[in-house]
Design a protein around this ligand. Structure first.
Ligand SMILES: NC(=O)C1=CN([C@@H]2O[C@H](COP(=O)(O)OP(=O)(O)OC[C@H]3O[C@@H](n4cnc5c(N)ncnc54)[C@H](OP(=O)(O)O)[C@@H]3O)[C@@H](O)[C@H]2O)C=CC1
Ligand SMILES: N[C@@H](C[C@H]1CC(C(=O)O)=NO1)C(=O)O
Length: 327
């Protein structure tokens, strides 16, 4: 029997989920839910679209609800709200607020006897896993994470939530000299500001106060305050013409030493090069949706992160197939 998946929130990630579920023949997409008028939401497939006020009435038709809202303002409310009723997966990526989000979602999921997986994606998500593996293995070392150059969906979403902003895209740009020093095993000590810069392209509403929008972006805690940030105001046409894609990627690196006197240097590197940040992130969400369903079927409940999920839960392979093909 297929795992019945539903989506709440139809934006870049929602469209990515629509594609990702189609690539998994043990799953079916049963519905898309939106806070808007369903008639205004045009999907890629013939999946039915409902307003979110229909969601609870369809509880018995859904095995896993994937929350595709924004981390800045949607997921802090929605994940805990629906974890009481559904197995849920979200991509919450406001790193500084993950402990608080975990606590709220854990209470809700335990109350409902459901599994809730938070902060699933690539960072947080796959990059988190690789930071943990590298740190556990190379005990004497230094960790580094670099993103881009590419479009951060979380940062773009955060800008779009500012009053007076009609649309926006944010590029994260690694400081090449910092990346080179890390790859040369120089083990540099780098501040947040020394690793990345951020460049924003913003379409302002007619008559909006651009100086105030720029100030709100540059001082935004957890997103921009600790970075050197540039803001460009452009037209909707220019945004569509010059910034239509959502590519991204990055590296997790750990450089470390072994030997009784640190005789030998080692570099662990995990990298991603993504044509579509939302479509890749949705593929990660889909694998963890499978895991959430299976873990709940075993009687597990409460909030989980990628650290709590044994890899076998993610795969469609049988244990024998895994042992014969992946070991
Ligand atoms: N952990 C990770 O590695 C990653 C995490 N993310 C997270 O995913 C989040 C979502 O990103 P993304 O999908 O790009 O955000 P979007 O802005 O595209 O969508 C967010 C929500 O906004 C609403 N929305 C979308 N389009 C419109 C529209 N035209 N008019 C009105 N409302 C609209 C939708 O809700 P509704 O349908 O209810 O209106 C949607 O769920 C990011 O904030 C980020 O935090 C993203 C990438 C990687
Ligand atoms: N969560 C990020 C995924 C990566 C990208 C990123 C950044 O560019 O700052 N941080 O983490 C996203 O929303 O795209």
């Amino acid at each position: 029997m297929s795992i019945r998946v539903a989506i709440l929130g139809y934006g870049n990630l929602g469209r990515g989920m629509e594609c990702a579920v189609k690539q998994n023949d043990d799953m079916e997409l049963v519905a898309v839910f939106t806070r808007r008028d369903p008639a205004t939401v045009k999907t890629l497939t013939d999946v039915k679209v409902y307003n979110v006020d229909q969601l609870l009435s369809m509880q018995d038709q859904i095995d896993v609800l994937v929350l595709c809202g924004g981390s800045a303002t949607d997921l802090p409310k929605q994940t805990a709200e629906y974890a009481k009723y559904f197995n849920v997966v979200d991509s919450f990526d406001t790193h500084a607020k993950i402990p608080e989000h975990f606590a709220q979602v854990d209470t809700a999921a335990k109350e409902g006897g459901k599994v809730a997986m938070i902060s699933v994606g690539w960072d947080p998500g796959m990059f988190s896993l690789n930071r943990l593996y590298a740190n556990a293995i190379l005990r004497d070392g230094s960790d580094y994470t670099f993103w881009g150059k590419g479009v951060s969906q979380g940062h773009s979403d955060a800008i779009r939530r500012i009053p007076g902003v009609k649309d926006a895209k944010q590029y994260t740009i690694p400081v090449e000299a910092a990346l080179e020093a890390v790859r040369n095993c120089e083990n540099p000590v780098l501040t947040t500001r020394q690793k990345h810069t951020r460049e924003c392209f913003v379409v302002a509403e007619e008559g909006a106060d651009k100086a105030q929008i720029e100030e709100q972006i540059k001082t935004m805690p957890n997103y921009f305050a600790d970075y050197d940030t540039t803001v460009h105001f452009i037209t909707e046409e220019e945004l569509q013409r010059d910034h239509a894609g959502i590519p991204h990627g990055g590296f997790v690196l750990r450089t470390g030493k072994t030997g009784l006197n640190g005789e030998h240097d080692h570099v662990i590197e995990y990298s991603l090069k993504l044509d579509s940040n939302p479509e890749f992130t949705s593929c990660v969400l889909t694998a963890y949706a499978r895991a959430a369903y299976r873990m709940n079927q075993e009687g597990q409940n409460g909030c989980k992160t990628v650290f709590d999920v044994a890899p076998a839960y993610l795969s469609t392979l049988t244990p024998e197939e895994m042992r014969s093909t992946l070991l």
